[in-house]
Write a protein that binds this ligand. Sequence first.
Ligand code: ATP
Ligand code: MG
Length: 570
Amino acid sequence: MSDNLSSIANTDTAEAKAKPLHFIQQIIRKDLEQGLHTKIITRFPPEPNGYLHIGHAKSICLNFGMAEEFGGACNLRFDDTNPEKENEEFVNSIMEDVKWLGFDWSGKVKYTSDYFDQLYDWAIHLIKNGLAFVCDLSAEQMREYRGTLIEAGKNSPYRDRTVDENLALFEKMRAGEFEEGACSLRAKIDMSSPNINLRDPIIYRIKKAHHHQTGDKWCIYPSYDFAHGQSDAIEGITHSICTLEFEDHKPLYDWFIQNLPVPAIPRQYEFARLNINYAVTSKRKLKQLVDEGYVDGWNDPRMPTISGMRRRGFTPSSLRNFCERIGVTRSDGVVDVGMLEFCVRDDLDKNAPRAMCVLRPLKVTLTNYPADKVEVLTVHNHPNRDDLGDRSIPFGQIVYIEQEDFREEANKKYKRLVLGKRVRLRGAYVIEADEAIKDTVGNIIEIRARIVEGTLGKDPEDGVKPKGVIHWVSAMQNLDCEVRLYDRLFKDETPDAGGKNFLDTLNPNNLEILHGCKAEVSLSKATVGNSFQFERQGYFCLDSKYSTPAKPVFNRTISLKDSFGKEEQE
Ligand code: ATP
Ligand code: MG
C-alpha cells in the first residue's frame, strides 16, 4: 500500500473508533460488564424462501459483526417452518451469500427443523399445563373471533377441551388423521389482550407438505412465533436481534420462554429495517420480478439481491462499509441508494486496476504512422497504487476512440478531439485530427489524424498542448466484447409506497446492451470476481452468467461519479 493509501486507511480506523456505540453495542457491552453473559451468541435466521437482499446484508453485518466485535459466536439458522415456500436452492444461495460477505457461522449450519421433535414435546408440555388447545375453527372463523385493534376477541368454543382430549387430538393431527385446515393447536393466553399476538395464537398447523430437510416425517409444522424463541433458547442465543415489526411479538416470545422448561433465556431486541430508495426489499416482490420474467433470475445485476449485486460487481467490503455507515437505530427511514453507490465507487476507486475499453468505436487512422509498426507501451494499472503494477498495451496505425470523443467543431468546453485540434491518447501520443470521412448518409465512419512527433510521455515541442486525454484501443489487437450498462431497476424513488403497483414503476431503460465493444487485450485475462475501472466509463466486471472466453461480456457495476469533466482536466 502506498503512503497515501495507508494514511487514508488509518483515518478510516480512527473514524471507526471515534464512532459512538449504537444501542445494540451498548446493550451487549453492559451485559458483558455486568456479568449477565460471559460470551454472547447471536444468530442470523433467514427463511429459505428466496434469495437474500441488501436489507438482509444489514442484519448479517449486525449479527455476525456483534459476535466478531465482542468475541462471541453467531449461528446461521434456517427458519424453515413453511415447507411449501422453501427449497434447497434458497438454502444454498443464502450460505453462499453469507460467506461471500466475509462471515462464517459458528459450528454446523442450523435449521429450526433440527428442533421439531423438541418443539413437539414442548407443545405437549403446554397442553398438559392447560396452556394450549386444539381448535376446530376454520381460518375465516378464527379471523372473526380474533377481534380488532379496538375490539376484544371472543373465546373459541373449543377452548375448554380437556387436557386428555387435546392430547388425543394433537396426536391425531401429528398422525395425519385430519385434513389441512381442519384444526390447529393454539396457545391459551388471552382473547381480550390489547396485543393481538396474544389472542390465542396458532402454534401448530397441519401442512401435508414435503420438507426439504425432514422429508415426510411431519405433517404438522410449528408457527414462526412458536419456533423462533425456543430455537434461540436451545442454541443459547443471548441476543436475538430482529427487525422492528417483531416488537409486538415480543410479549408472545417471552410468554413461551416463561411457560416452557427451556435451557436458557434469550432476549429479543429490535432495530429498524433497511429500506433503500429506487428498490424493493420484499422477498415476495423480488420473487414476482423473477417468476414473471421482469428480470433474468434472482441474481440479475439490476436486482437488490446480494447475488445480483455480486454479479454486477459490487464488492463485499463495499456492502459491509455501507452497512457500517447507515448505522443501527430504532427509527425507520429510507436510505438513499446514492450512499450505496458511493461505497462501491469508493472501494473500486481505491482497488480496481485501470484498463481501456471503447464502448462505441470510431476508427482513427494515423496517416503519419507506419502501417506495419507496433509499439508496446507500458502504463500504470492504478494512478496511486504502485503495488498494482504496470501493463503493456499495443499501439499501431489504426486505433478506436469513442464516437462521442470526436466532433467536427466544438466550443472550448469540449476537451476531446476536434478537427484541426489536438488531444492526447491516454498513455500514448498526442494526435491532431485532419479529416472526418463520412458514409453516403453523412455518418462519420473514420477520422484521419496524425500523431504529433515526440509526444510519447512529453508535451508537444511547439508548445500547443492538448486540452484533454481520451481512452483508445488498438484496432489491430483488441478484445471484441459485449458491454451491459445498467440503470436503476425502478424509475420511481418509492416503487411500492402509497398503494402503487411496483411493477408500474419499472424503468423501461434499465439495461442497454452494447455489442462490438473493443477492450484492450490485457482484459482477456480478466476473471469473474475481478473489477476494473474502464477509463472514463466506470467500473466493470465480467458477467458470471453470459461471459465466455470467446465472447466476453462485461457488466458496468457503476459509472464514474462525475463522468467526463474531471478526467479531461488532467
Ligand atoms: P419477508 O420479505 O418475507 O418479510 P424477511 O425479509 O423477514 O421476509 P427473513 O428470511 O425472515 O426474511 O429475514 C431474515 C432476517 O433478516 C430477519 O431477522 C429479518 O428481520 C432480517 N431482515 C429482513 N429484511 C430486512 C431489512 N430490510 N433490513 C434489515 N433486516 C432485515
Ligand atoms: Mg421474516
